[in-house]
Design a protein around this ligand. Sequence first.
Ligand SMILES: CC(C)(COP(=O)(O)OP(=O)(O)OC[C@H]1O[C@@H](n2cnc3c(N)ncnc32)[C@H](O)[C@@H]1OP(=O)(O)O)[C@@H](O)C(=O)NCCC(=O)NCCS
Length: 247
Amino acid sequence: MAPQTTYSTHALPCPQTSGSPPADFASIAQRYATLRLEALLTSPKAFASSHAIESTFTLEEWAACIWKDDRVVLVCVAHPASQDAEGAEGSPLTGDWVGSAILRGPLSARDYALPPEGGAPPVGMDDVETKWQMTAVFASAAHRGRGIGKMLIQAGKDYALKQTANPRAGLRVMIHPDNLVVLSLYSATGFVDAGRTTGKEAYRTNGDISSWALKLKSLTEEEKVYWSTARVAVVLEWLGQTRTQLD
Ligand SMILES: CC(C)(COP(=O)(O)OP(=O)(O)OC[C@H]1O[C@@H](n2cnc3c(N)ncnc32)[C@H](O)[C@@H]1OP(=O)(O)O)[C@@H](O)C(=O)NCCC(=O)NCCS
């Protein structure tokens, strides 16, 4: 990799920000597919889905993964330092896509709530707090340790704060207890302990319920019980105040 690379993060077009997909949406979907398949191939344990499943997706299915009412896909673009973040052809998405994350929401208090036995704090009312779940953060292996993970999280916070008229916006993440890098990443970016949850609840609140159905098929009876009842996934949460509140 060229020694001088700069990075920028961007929210891909989605129903929350655009009336209709842009003219180049097929190309955006293709580029997202390439990055997502790289993530599934190189970090198979980190995601609910798998390369085997998603490598069968058609371009229309990839487009539908991005153009969904309940989420925004964030990407990180690498630019040679000689270019600014607008890219060589004047588009901020021009450059190598080297990181991504999904922000799911806004979620209602009802959908966001977790069983109290996991130690989750009370959920803010829908007219006070806008709630999101962040998932699938990924940085390409060759670009790790350069702040992409932190930039994607900051992009998620910025997006959540921009999209709400409420005084507060909250982001939550659920992490496998063995993924120490991700635990450290979110802790370093202001997320605090918000309890423990089960694998099943993590799949549900991440919006991966179809992956959960597939996951179940691969488990033994004992493992099914473990994934459904053992509260081992670490829940971390960040709450931010909107500009209106700060003024
Ligand atoms: C997690 C991941 C996105 C981090 O991306 P990254 O761009 O390398 O992260 P950053 O450079 O922004 O690092 C930010 C923080 O993460 C933590 N971190 C990153 N790499 C780390 C490592 N190898 N060991 C320990 N902590 C690490 C540190 O707290 C770091 O802060 P610091 O630089 O101030 O020490 C990347 O490692 C990845 O894609 N992993 C595989 C996918 C995955 O597990 N996703 C999680 C799905 S829930």
